[in-house]
Design a protein around this ligand. Structure first.
Ligand code: T1G
Ligand code: NAD
Length: 708
C-alpha cells in the first residue's frame, strides 16, 4: 500500500486514509493508492463497512491541478479517468462511509458521492469549484450531484463553483449526518449503524432529476445568469450542459457527455489562464528575500487617518477581520460624513445578504471615531488615507512618528507618492510601508504592498500575512511613481484618450475593452474613480513630462469644466441621480472642437486596434517594471490586474495574455505603433530580448533571478 493511501482494519471496519499533504490532492499516485485499497477490500469478505477519511487538515480538495499542466502541455498523453474507480467503490459489497472534514472539493466531492453514506464535521465545506479553473467536474460530479441534491442545487454549485457549508449540504441531501468531535470515532460509530442498512448507489438514484418542463426553466435561467455574472467564461455554460445531459441520458451516456465537455474546457486557453491565476495567487505570497519564517508583528488594533472614500472602506476591512479601529478626521462634520458612509455601505451589505445585522452591529462597535491623535499611542498599526498631497502626508507622518509606540507599523494608502519621501518625515523609515487598497476598499480584493528602501522585513512579512487575514490578495511591489498597478494604468488610460482624440468615440473605446473582458472600459473607470484624482496627480508631476512627447489633453479639459465623473454627475459620460450612465453628445461635440483646434486628423478606428493599443500599452509598461525589479515576477503583475483593475481572469492577466499571443507578435505590433504613432511606443528592452529569444514573461524569473 503506498504511503499516500493507507488501509487499516479494525473489527470488520476498513479505514482508507488519504495522506497527501497539504490538501490531499487526488493525484494519479493517490488514485492508484485508492485503487489498490479497493482491490483489497473487494477480495476481503470480512470487511462489512469501509470508511474513507483524509489525514491532516482536510478531506480531498480535488484533483491535483498541477497534473493538468502536464496533460495540456502534452508531457503526459492521457489521464487515468477516475470514473471507473468510483463505480467500483459504489459497487463494493461493504457499506462505504465518506467522513469529511475541511474541504471536499472537486474530485474530493465526486469521490464522496460515490460512497453510500457521507458524514461531516459541522465546519466542513463541500463544492465543485472547477469552473474557477475554467473546467467542469470531470469524475461524474455533474451526473451524481443532481441525483443527490436535485438539478437546481447541482447547477448552482457546478456553474458558480462556490463552497457549500456542511449544514446546507445536509439540507440539500449531499450529506447524511453531521458529527461533532473526533471525526474518525464518529465515522466508526456511524459505520456500525449502517452495516446492515442498504447501500444506496448515487448513480442509480433518479428521484431528484425532475421533469423536462421544470428543468427547462432551471437551465434557461442558469444560462442567463452565467452569461451575465460570468461574462465570457465557457466553463459555467459547459457545466450546465453536462447537468442537462444527466436529466436526459443514462448515467453512462451522461458521463460521456461530461467527458467531452471536460476535455474541451481543459484544453482551452481560458482554463490555462485560470489555473495560472490560481497558482499565481499562491506564488505572489512568496517573497524571495523575505523568507516564510521571518518573524511578524501582531496587529491587534489599527488607527486610520482620514475617513473619506478610502479611509471609511479600510476601516470596514479591519473591523470585518475583528480588529478594533480608531478612525480620525479633521473635524466633526468630516467624521460624521465618514461614519454615515460606513453605515450606508454596511446597510447595503445586509440588504444584499452578504452580512447579517448582528455581524454588522458587532463590527460597527469596533470602529471608534476620534478627532485626537492621543489614542494612536497604543495602536499596533496606522493606515493614513488623507488627500494625495506629499506635504500633507509628511505632516501626518511626522505627527504619527511623535505619538505612536515604537514598533508600530506606519502605512500609507497613497496611490502614487514616493514612500521613501513620506518615510523621511519620520525617525523610523524601517516601520513605514505602502498599503495601497483599491476602491471600494471593502470590496476590491487587491492590496498592493509597497516596500520603501528602508522598510523592515518583519514589517513586510506582517503586511503580507495581514492581507490574507483581511481577505485580500497581498502583492509586494517596489517604490516608484504609481507603483505597479497605477504606473501601468496611467499609460493605458492615456492611450484610450489618444484613440478618442484620433476619432474613436468614447463609447467605442470603452465597448471594445469591455468586449475584450475588462470589467469596465478605461474612460468609464476614470469617471468612477474621479477624473480629478488623476488630474491632481498630473498637475503635481507636470514638471516631469518630456518636452515634445505627446500628452493626452481631453481629460484635463473636462476637469477644467468641473466634469470629474460620477461624483459631479458628468465626466466622459453623464449620470442621473442613480449614477446610471449615458453617452453625452456635449462631450462628443467638445472633443471634435478641441481636436480640430489642435489639428488632429480624424479616422475610423477598429475595435481590434483599440484593444491592441490599450492592452499592449499595459504589457510594455509591465515589462519595464519587471526589468526594474519593481514587480518581482510577471505573475505579480497579472494578479494585480486581475484583482485590482478588472482584467478578465480567463485571459490570465496582461503578461500571461501577451505570452498567449506570443511576444514576437506583440513586439512586432508595438514596433509598428512606434513607427506610426510615436516614441512612447518604444518596446521595453526586456520585451525585445524575450521576443528575440523566443521566451515568455512566465520564464523571466525577475530581476533578482535575472535569467534574461
Ligand atoms: N491541486 C494541487 N495543489 C493544490 C490544490 C489542488 N487541487 N489545492 C491546493 N493546492 C496547493 C496550493 O497551491 C498550495 O501550494 C497548497 O496546496 C495550500 O493551498 C476531477 C478536475 C483547498 C480551499 O479547485 O481552493 O477536482 O503554495 O494555499 O488557503 O472533477 O487550496 O503551498 O505550494 O490554497 O488553506 C478542484 C483548489 C480541482 C480546490 C485550501 N479543486 N484548492 O485553501 O491553502 S479540479 C479546487 C483550494 C477537480 C475533478 C476536477 C484551496 C483550499 P503552495 P492554499 P488554503
Ligand atoms: P478623500 O478626499 O475621499 O478623503 C480624504 C480624507 O482625508 C478627507 O475626508 C479629509 O477630511 C481627510 N483628511 C485630510 N487631512 C486630514 C488630517 N490631517 N487628519 C485626518 N483626516 C484628514 O480621498 P480618498 O479618495 O479617500 O483618498 C485618500 C488617499 O487614498 C489618497 O492618498 C489617494 O490617492 C488614495 N487612494 C484613493 C483611491 C480612490 O479610488 N479614491 C484608491 C486608492 C488610493
Amino acid at each position: 500500500m503506498s504511503n499516500l493511501v493507507q488501509l487499516t482494519k479494525m473489527d470488520g471496519i476498513a479505514v482508507v486514509t488519504i495522506d497527501n499533504p497539504p490538501v490531499n490532492a487526488l493525484s494519479a499516485a493517490v488514485s492508484a493508492g485508492i485503487a489498490a485499497a479497493v482491490a483489497q477490500i473487494e477480495k476481503d469478505d470480512t470487511i462489512k463497512v469501509v470508511v474513507f477519511i483524509g489525514a491532516g487538515r482536510t478531506f480531498i480538495a480535488g484533483a491535483d491541478i498541477k497534473e493538468f499542466g502536464e496533460l495540456t502541455s502534452g508531457k503526459i498523453i492521457c489521464r487515468e479517468s477516475l470514473k471507473p474507480l468510483l463505480v467500483r467503490i459504489e459497487d463494493l459489497r461493504a457499506r462505504v462511509v465518506m467522513a469529511i472534514h475541511g474541504t471536499a472539493f472537486g474530485g474530493g466531492l465526486e469521490l464522496a458521492m460515490a460512497g453510500h453514506y457521507r458524514i461531516a464535521l459541522p465546519s466542513a465545506q463541500v463544492g465543485q469549484p472547477e469552473v474557477k479553473l475554467g473546467i467542469i467536474p470531470g469524475a461524474a460530479g455533474t451526473q451524481r450531484l443532481p441525483r443527490l441534491a436535485g438539478v437546481a442545487k447541482a447547477v448552482e454549485m457546478c456553474a458558480e463553483g462556490a463552497p457549500v457549508k456542511a449544514e446546507d449540504a445536509l439540507k440539500a441531501g449531499i450529506l447524511d449526518r453531521l458529527v461533532e468531535g473526533d471525526l474518525l470515532a464518529g465515522a466508526v460509530a456511524f459505520a456500525k449503524e449502517v452495516v446492515a442498512k442498504p447501500a444506496p448507489k448515487t448513480r442509480e438514484r433518479s428521484e431528484k432529476l425532475g421533469t423536462p418542463e421544470e428543468n427547462a426553466a432551471i437551465f434557461a435561467a442558469a444560462h442567463e445568469t452565467a452569461r451575465k455574472k460570468q461574462r465570457g467564461l465557457l466553463a459555467p455554460l459547459a457545466a450546465i450542459d453536462a447537468i442537462e445531459a444527466a436529466t436526459r441520458l443514462s448515467f453512462e451516456q451522461g458521463c460521456q457527455k461530461e467527458e467531452e465537455l471536460f476535455t474541451k474546457c481543459l484544453f482551452s486557453d481560458q482554463s490555462k489562464a485560470l489555473i495560472h491565476a490560481f497558482f499565481g495567487e499562491r506564488e505572489v505570497a512568496k517573497i524571495p528575500d523575505v523568507p516564510k519564517e521571518t518573524p511578524t508583528l501582531g496587529v491587534d488594533s489599527v488607527g486610520i487617518v482620514g475617513a473619506g472614500t478610502m479611509g471609511g472602506g479600510i476601516a470596514m476591512v479591519f473591523a470585518n477581520a475583528g480588529i478594533p479601529v480608531l478612525l480620525k478626521e479633521t473635524d466633526q462634520a468630516a467624521l460624521d460624513r465618514g461614519l454615515a458612509n460606513i453605515q450606508k455601505n454596511y446597510a447595503n451589505s445586509v440588504k444584499r445578504g452578504r452580512f447579517t445585522q448582528q455581524f454588522v452591529d458587532e463590527r460597527l462597535k469596533l470602529i471608534r471615531p476620534t478627532l485626537e491623535y492621543g489614542e494612536f499611542a497604543g495602536v499596533s498599526m496606522v493606515v493614513e488615507a488623507v488627500f494625495e498631497s506629499m506635504a500633507l502626508k509628511k505632516e501626518v507622518f511626522n505627527q504619527l512618528d511623535r505619538i505612536c509606540k515604537q514598533g508600530a507599523i506606519l502605512a500609507t494608502n497613497t496611490s502614487s507618492l514616493n514612500i521613501d519621501e513620506i518615510a523621511s518625515a519620520t525617525s523610523r523609515p524601517q516601520s513605514v510601508i505602502g498599503t495601497h487598497f483599491f476602491s471600494p476598499a471593502n470590496v476590491m480584493r487587491l492590496l498592493e504592498i509597497v516596500r520603501g528602501a528602508a522598510t523592515g522585513k518583519e514589517v513586510m512579512a506582517t503586511c503580507m500575512q495581514l492581507s490574507k487575514k483581511l481577505g485580500k490578495v497581498g502583492v509586494l511591489v517596489g517604490n516608484c511613481m504609481g507603483f505597479v498597478g497605477n504606473r501601468m494604468f496611467g499609460p493605458y488610460r492615456r492611450e484610450a484618450q489618444f484613440l478618442v482624440e484620433e476619432g474613436a468615440s468614447v463609447e467605442a473605446v470603452d465597448n471594445a475593452l469591455y468586449a475584450f473582458g475588462m470589467a469596465m472600459g478605461p474612460l468609464a473607470t476614470g469617471d468612477l474613480a474621479g477624473l480629478d484624482v488623476g488630474w491632481r496627480i498630473r498637475k503635481e508631476f507636470r514638471h516631469l513630462e518630456k518636452p515634445g512627447v505627446r500628452q493626452a489633453f481631453i481629460e484635463d479639459r473636462l476637469c477644467e469644466l468641473g466634469r470629474f465623473g460620477q461624483k459631479t454627475g458628468a465626466g466622459w459620460y453623464k449620470y442621473d441621480e442613480n449614477r446610471k450612465t449615458s453617452p453625452d453628445q456635449q462631450v462628443a461635440a467638445l472633443i471634435r472642437q478641441w481636436t480640430s483646434e489642435v489639428g488632429i486628423p480624424q479616422r475610423q478606428i477598429s475595435a481590434e486596434e483599440i484593444v491592441e493599443r490599450c492592452i499592449y500599452t499595459l504589457v510594455n509598461e509591465g515589462a519595464r517594471l519587471l526589468e526594474e525589479g519593481i514587480a518581482l515576477r510577471a505573475v505579480d503583475i497579472d494578479i494585480i490586474y486581475l484583482n485590482g483593475y478588472g482584467f478578465p481572469a480567463y485571459r490570465g492577466g496582461p503578461m500571461w495574455y501577451a505570452d498567449t499571443v506570443g511576444l514576437k507578435k506583440v513586439c512586432e505590433r508595438i514596433r509598428e505603433y512606434q513607427q506610426r504613432l510615436g516614441s512612447w511606443w518604444e518596446p521595453a528592452p526586456l520585451l525585445q530580448r524575450l521576443a528575440e529569444q523566443g521566451k515568455t514573461f512566465a520564464e523571466f524569473s525577475g530581476r533578482q533571478g535575472a535569467a534574461a
